[in-house]
Design a protein around this ligand. Structure first.
Ligand SMILES: Cc1cc2nc3c(=O)[nH]c(=O)nc-3n(C[C@H](O)[C@H](O)[C@H](O)COP(=O)(O)OP(=O)(O)OC[C@H]3O[C@@H](n4cnc5c(N)ncnc54)[C@H](O)[C@@H]3O)c2cc1C
Length: 466
């Protein structure tokens, strides 16, 4: 491979972002013979965006593959995607991501990623999703080590402020690196700077003021600055600003970067109430892997964007242990008071729920049909009376994972500009995932999209400068 160009402000390929999509693009561009520079907004200890929080990627395989058992054929994978997106996807791009996921497994291994089998209690994904040994942090560290070995120039604390578009091509990229402005004039640009969820003002434009109470599960650096800048210059967009992946997380989680451990999986075994100690949705509608992603929106629609999950001692060991211990009390009324709710009202809600429960067998790991009668809203599975002290409570808040509004790309990951294909701009990862994820989410697909389109974008950008 050639050495990087002498002038560091004129790389063949400039990659904006420092997560999975950016690093796969950078490594692929370098392997395509280009000199490459990465601009990562985060300081080095926080490099890797949301990707460092991940655990697995969803992988098509026609037979056993590494840690993946059985087969997961492309048509089953695509059907799964159509179900969650309600057909709101770009079929060509979706099938490209699915088909290329199989060979991505070997590519990832060749670039230092190690896999492990799924552990029990992880949303039953052992056939469909390959788990990263050491999680996304280890994956990112492996890619950064490869990038350093390959003489890719990496700048941390490097915020891209402007991507200047002139006559269908990117003429220059303006970035602030450690408080000084630098102007890059690369041959090609890959933008992989994630969604805009960390900009709560932008979220509030789409969601209203309630968005200011949302917690952001991942990096504070994904503020959508490159996305907004390109859209303002007429680059074509996909997706809806109100669509995002959001789950219910522990209300005590930090504003940013709480990661996977703040997710709470107790809802199916709970009575969930709002600030007024009233139930508002069927907690047992379906198995948790199929429902966890709707609870962020449900909580977002409640007063003050907060809810409370109440369980008793029978259910404490039925879900992944929580990182923050639950609030505990010997009576429901006392629990309510500790949670800041009206204790008497909470007792009334739980008593009404208990009275509506029916006789039957309780099976925590499958739909058991143990439903309430004459209660609104109904609980249609796992409706077991909450009677055995001590009682436990968790506060819940919406935790945004990533937003779906993004850039329109074609099958070569090239961005569509105001007047057709951009000459020298490619996009990968969350910033273009809205084409494939019009709504809903399939666990592990974010890393698949980033890996597949990152590799394509890097390869295409290198071919262009050659
Ligand atoms: C808690 C959590 C768990 C998740 N678990 C999974 C999982 O197990 N499997 C899965 O498939 N998906 C998972 N996801 C989703 C997944 O993280 C994303 O789909 C994926 O990481 C997107 O990769 P990306 O490279 O596009 O974005 P990111 O990894 O977020 O990278 C974006 C990068 O752009 C940089 N950046 C932003 N703005 C600028 C700027 N102006 N200038 C320079 N750099 C900038 C950021 O610092 C960051 O490095 C999870 C997300 C979270 C938050």
């Amino acid at each position: 491979m050639p050495k990087p160009l002498a002038d560091p402000l004129k790389p063949d390929v400039l990659v904006i972002g420092g997560g999975n999509a950016a690093l796969t693009a950078a490594l692929s561009a370098r392997e395509g013979g280009a000199s490459v520079t990465i601009l990562e907004a985060a300081p080095k200890p926080y490099r890797g965006g949301n990707s460092r929080h991940t655990r697995n990627f969803r992988c098509m395989h026609r037979g056993p593959l590494g840690v993946l058992s059985g087969a997961y054929h492309a048509d089953e994978y695509y059907d799964d995607l159509l179900k969650v997106t309600k057909n709101n996807t770009d079929p060509a791009l979706a099938q490209l991501a699915i088909n290329a996921s199989e060979e991505s497994y070997a590519w990832m291994e060749a670039h230092g990623v190690r896999f492990q089998s799924a552990l029990s209690g992880t949303l039953s994904l052992s056939r469909t999703n390959a788990f990263f040994l050491g999680g996304g942090k280890a994956l990112m560290n492996a890619y950064y080590a490869r990038a350093e070995d390959a003489d890719i120039a990496i700048h941390y604390d490097a915020h891209v402020d402007h991507i200047a578009l002139e006559e269908g091509r990117i003429a220059r990229v303006v970035a602030t690196i450690e408080n000084a402005e630098h102007v890059f004039t690369p041959g090609a640009v890959v933008v992989a700077s994630g969604g805009f969820q960390a900009d709560t003002d932008w979220l509030a434009q789409a969601w209203g003021p309630a968005a200011r109470n949302f917690l952001i599960r991942g990096t504070p650096y994904n503020r959508g600055v490159p996305l907004r800048d390109l859209l303002d210059q007429g680059v074509q967009s996909v997706g809806d600003p109100t669509q995002c992946h959001a789950v219910a997380i522990d209300g005590r989680a930090p504003k940013f970067d709480g990661g996977i451990v703040t997710r709470l999986d107790c809802v199916p075994f709970s009575v969930v109430v709002n600030r007024n100690a009233e139930r508002f949705y069927d907690e047992g509608e379906d198995v948790w892997p199929k429902r966890y992603a709707i609870w962020g929106r449900l909580v977002a629609a409640q007063p003050d964007q907060v809810a409370y999950a109440i369980i008793d001692s029978q259910s404490l060991d039925l879900f992944m242990p929580s990182v923050f211990p639950p609030i505990q009390a010997d009576t429901i009324e006392g629990l309510g008071q500790q949670l800041g709710l009206h204790g008497g009202k909470l007792r009334g809600t739980v008593e009404a729920f208990n009275a509506a429960c029916t006789e039957g067998d309780f099976h925590p790991t499958e739909l058991d049909g143990l439903a309430t009668t004459d209660l609104s809203p109904q609980k249609t599975n796992w409706a077991r009376p909450i009677v055995q002290p001590p009682f436990y409570g968790y506060s819940l808040r919406p935790g945004v994972t990533f937003t779906y509004l993004g850039l329109k790309v074609d099958e070569t990951a090239r961005v569509s500009g105001p007047d057709g294909r951009m000459e020298n701009l490619w996009a990968a990862g969350e910033i273009m995932a809205g084409s494939i994820l019009g709504q809903g989410y399939l666990a592990g697909f974010g890393m698949t999209i980033g890996t597949v389109f990152g590799r394509i974008a890097g390869r295409e950008a290198a071919a262009y400068v050659r």
